[in-house]
Design a protein around this ligand. Sequence first.
Ligand SMILES: Nc1nc2c(c(=O)[nH]1)N[C@H]1C(S)=C(S)[C@@H](COP(=O)(O)OP(=O)(O)OC[C@H]3O[C@@H](n4cnc5c(N)ncnc54)[C@H](O)[C@@H]3O)O[C@H]1N2
Ligand code: MOO
Ligand code: MG
Length: 425
Amino acid sequence: MVEIRTPIEVDDAIRRVMQHAVKGEKTSIPLEESHGFFLAEDLISDHAVPPFDRTRYDGFAVRANDTGNGLSKLEVVGEIGAGSIFEGTVRENEAVRIMTGAEIPAECDAVIMLEHVEEKRQDGKTFIEFTRKLTSFENITKTGEDTKKGEVLVQKGTYINPGIMALLATFGYSEVPVVKQPIVGIISTGSELLSVNAALEPGKIRDSNSYMLIGQIERAGGIPVSLGQFADELEVCYDQVVAALEKIDILLTTGGVSVGDYDYIPDILKRLNANVLFNKIKMRPGSVTTVAEVDGKLFFGLSGNPSSCYVGFEMYARPVIRRFLHMEKPYLKRLRAELGADFPNANPFHRFVRGKLVYENGKVIAVPVGLDKPNIVTSLAEANILIVLPGNKEGYEKGEQKTVISLEEQSGVTWGDWLKGGELV
Ligand SMILES: Nc1nc2c(c(=O)[nH]1)N[C@H]1C(S)=C(S)[C@@H](COP(=O)(O)OP(=O)(O)OC[C@H]3O[C@@H](n4cnc5c(N)ncnc54)[C@H](O)[C@@H]3O)O[C@H]1N2
Ligand code: MOO
Ligand SMILES: [Mg+2]
């Protein structure tokens, strides 16, 4: 008898998986190697930026009160470049020649640009003349204009991009607290699979899922480890899975997860005494995605069909990786867009159509890419969104507003915000 599986709702599946998601350990790495890692602690400013009032222009630091509507004539009593400070005192009708970035002398409160003055030598002294009335703090960047002391500038769990590297340097982080990335193992199963460098043979295809998953794991912030490609043989696959579980934080398999004669993943899970969280979801593609917990580790039995494997990973494995990285917002972002094509066929399951966003006449349009079938691999190349079509009896029409899930963004959403999409429960 073929097993009849009971499908569960998408959000229920995500909730079940996330109940077993763990947070990774912290470590630290040199700042210069931190790009692409994830912050393990909030980045808090321990001093104001800039730490002193400084000039925005090359010019002369003056006292605004010494300037008026008529001609101002000030004596230049010193000069400083960025990095130097003026040691003297600036008295009434005096100015200091000052270069961009230098600290404003204590008695001055405005800067006039070099271009706006005329310099004159008289009795061995230098004077500037100009006819501009300056206001207090004109052309000055005030202390703390960029940020005040004590502010949370970047939340823990954030992807370290070049801008964050600049901030880390600003606050003296030569070593950066980061989260250890999860080691995510990949096992591909299928007697039809050839390695990528093999010539095609009758009845066989090259294993594309492993490589796709390497990219998806890296995009999510994990470290992929390929643990091999195995024929549909229970004993071999079982031994490989047991060995793999020792080496990884999260395990992914592709293929063999349905009800076919050589689909051994369910048997392997039984033998492992795994806590199977679900083995059927009301979604297409990826309905057969099976997730289990084995000795505290999550095991994702992803479908062999490329599109199903892809979507199953993004929906269930990605948030687990993001949680491991301590992200406060581990779920994929959703936005609204206009449906770019008709979907006349009814489907009782929710559909996740691979698509891309196009901007036309001020509208955001979600355009499907390639064929919308589970076994399709070519549509994945162009996809940067999943168009969400909730299960219904009527199908959908071009022009309707629909939710789309963004696949390429580093930022995410909380569980509460994810549920606001509200269509998949
Ligand atoms: N009687 C039923 N048959 C099927 C059901 C069902 O409910 N009842 N579900 C269908 C659905 S939905 C899907 S999805 C697939 C799931 O298949 P499996 O996860 O068991 O995967 P396989 O049978 O091993 O392979 C399916 C398909 O994918 C190709 N494949 C496998 N691995 C790779 C790889 N690494 N790279 C590229 N392509 C791969 C494989 O050759 C098959 O064509 O089951 C349906 N059947
Ligand atoms: O898991 Mo299957 O789509 O539902 O292709
Ligand atoms: Mg199968």
